[in-house]
Design a protein around this ligand. Sequence first.
Ligand code: GLN
Length: 531
Amino acid sequence: MTKYIFVTGGVLSSVGKGVVTASIGLLIKSMGYNVTAVKIDPYINVDAGTMNPYAHGEVFVTEDGGETDLDLGHYERFLNINLSKKNNITTGQVFYSVIIKERKGEYLGATVQIIPHVTDEIKNRIREVAKETGADVVLVEIGGTVGDIEGLPFLEAARQMRLEEGYSNTLFVHVALVPTLRTTGEQKTKPVQHSVQELRRIGIQPDIIVARSEKPLNAEARRKIALYSNVPLEAVISDYDVDTIYEVPLLLFEQGLLKIVTDRLRLEYREPDLSSWIDFVTKLKSASKIVKIAMVGKYTKLKDSYISIVEALKHGAAYLGLRPVLKWIESTDIEQGRLDIDAELSEVDGAIILPGFGKRGSEGKIRAIKILRESGKPVLGICFGFQLMVVEIARNLIGLEKANSTELDPSTPHPVIDLLPSQQDITMLGGTMRLGAKPIKLLRGTKVFEAYGRDVIFERHRHRYGVNPKYLERFEDVGFTVSGFSYDGVIEFMELRGHPFFVGTQAHPEFKSRPLAPSPIYMHFLRHCAS
Ligand code: GLN
């Protein structure tokens, strides 16, 4: 029998529900169970691909090419498994299917309604993930905050699942903020009480309350939360601020979370094996040698826009005994002369040229690339960052002054980056980029081969443009050489001979980096930054 754990959020968004969900998953997996996790996003977009990173943070790409919520990144990193696009359910997807079914006549004769048709569709989608993965435990995180109108059909579906699947097969975890008053230092539980009341009003009694607070929850706050939420005292778990999100599973474990979960779900309790996780956290926290890395991008105001890259740097650095210190450089500021980019870059040990879209900020990135190339500092360009490395070399080493990407200048005389042939006839914008994992052939004797040590690797993608093969010979002539390509003809990696580390990739290797399996190319980049 599959067990379902629903995770809801109260009081505010961004309290770390995704990390709590991933942490519970890791703990259960460490007991030897097969676990998967589903994120529900109650917005009407079919997927996260059409949203601005400012609105939503990073778009996480799955192996099968789903453009999903960044919480799937947390799940993959903590659980160390690949998820599918089916693990992200949105209102858009649910209504889309219901309406298509209605048009096909599948509900013929009925008035199609939120209950039961929409809620049935939601339950079917959750159960389908359970069936396809064969998971013993499916975690279902319901995005947003209890009380949001958009979330209601999903909460209603979860309520129904408790009845249908049975009490011992379903568990509700409510993650809510406990603010501390600055004046008195008091932990205030009233907002949690209200959000739990709201949950109970719609028929859901939480089993566990995870209280997010700055400092560990004090006895009085814990007592109040237990009383007003109608849960036993030990089912109030304190999730206070820690140095790194990777400590959260350990925090939950120490407070007996697994005992409560296994008792309630009638799962056999097994001593979890957390040794490699603890080893990673220990390395992460004890790493002391600082490497300063410039993060050159356009969405630097919201750090979540590049969360997988930041995490990939942490993973690799931990194993090298390094502590990355990130210096965020807004590429639009470079363009508009608002910062002294030479001075900024002279302080760092290396730079990542971040992915992105559109013209704004692109010339700023190209300036930064030129400085980094000339000063011999390690550079790793990711996707759009790589494309701009190609443009920079075309302009400044080959001498094609007006070289550009046709994404930025459709009438450039030297389209060194151009729309991929496979993208030519596409008109719809949702889910139509070159997406997901593709096999990449690496060339021996290159830095990329040194990093991976394998002839064929799989990395994930999300782009429409790529290197124009017509210019390859001219790039080779100046020492900018192809070090990896895809079987569909896409240039996947290039690197500059004679430079300590000037590597760009069309892929997004950060999506596959995990604490227990750090990305080889990020790690190799860090090695060069430290040397
Ligand atoms: N805008 C570029 C493209 O579509 C790069 C995308 C990215 O960086 N993910 O090809």
